[in-house]
Design a protein around this ligand. Structure first.
Ligand code: SAH
Length: 249
């Protein structure tokens, strides 16, 4: 277990790996299924459920044309944003799995391409709720188109999946509290609104920091107290205002 943990944290912590090369190099994996198998082989995916969901949601539908969706690296999606590397999506799904059971509620802040929101929708099912919040309206529109082509399309139609244009630092209070919150962009500190919107027993996974970032796991206990631990070092785009993001160089 410890060995697996250190392997996982080593993979996820490779900020360099995220920006250039991933767990395997080009050519080794050109299909969604073999990408998932690679992540299983490397021990990043351990849960059968996570593997099933990542197999069902074809990452190729979410990466803009010209990208290499099945390679283990982040890809630009426009607007100074990126879709996270497959190993980061897998690691976050693994960390949140117990809080993504059928019927549960999940919030995806900085939903970008909609890939992870779609995975959440499959995990929580039609009785649950998967909510994405993204502040770039064009990305929200594209993410909805992506999801419509994916295995999560029925969840858009039955209303168990929705994506909203909003400042994710405020969460999405209308559907709070959430069993699971994922933040796909790095916050200078954990936004208070997100802690408030976490259900007792709920878990949030959030990258925190500016130059140096840690992926934090925030658990709200049943008595309402909050425990926070560092999972691994990471590199994400900032959770910031729309203006700062669009004018970043
Ligand atoms: N999980 C997404 C990650 C996209 S990158 C994916 O893999 O596709 C991070 C996203 O956070 C970007 O799309 C960016 O536009 C968004 N973002 C940054 N700050 C935000 C804020 N304050 N509110 C909402 N979205 C934000």
């Amino acid at each position: 277990m410890e060995v697996l943990r250190s392997i996982l944290s080593c993979f996820s912590s490779r900020s360099r790996a995220q920006s250039h090369h991933g767990l395997w190099s080009s050519g080794a994996s050109d299909k969604n299924k073999s990408m998932v198998e690679q992540l299983q082989r490397y021990g990043v995916i351990r849960s059968t459920k996570v593997a099933e969901v990542m197999e069902a949601i074809d990452r190729g539908l979410f990466v803009p044309p010209g990208g290499t969706p099945y390679h283990d690296s982040p890809m630009p999606i426009g607007y100074n944003a990126t879709i996270s590397a497959p190993h980061m999506h897998a690691a976050c799904l693994e960390l949140l799995e117990k809080n993504l059971q059928p019927g549960m509620r999940a919030l995806d802040v900085g939903s970008g391409t909609g890939y992870l929101t779609a995975c959440f929708a499959l995990m929580v099912g039609p009785e649950g709720r998967a909510v994405g919040v993204e502040h770039i309206p064009e990305l929200v529109a594209t993410s909805i188109e992506n999801i419509k082509k994916s295995a999560a399309a029925p969840h858009l139609n039955d209303g168990s999946l929705s994506i909203h244009v909003a400042d994710g630092r405020e969460g999405w209070p209308e559907l709070a509290p959430y069993d699971a919150i994922h933040v796909g962009a790095a916050a200078p500190q954990i936004p208070e609104a997100l802690i408030e919107q976490l259900k007792p027993g709920g878990r949030m996974v959030i990258p925190v920091g500016t130059v140096f970032q840690e992926l934090k796991v925030v658990d709200k206990k049943l008595d309402g107290t909050v425990g926070i631990r560092d999972e691994t070092s990471v590199r994400y785009v900032p959770l910031t205002s729309k203006e700062s993001q669009l004018h970043a160089r």
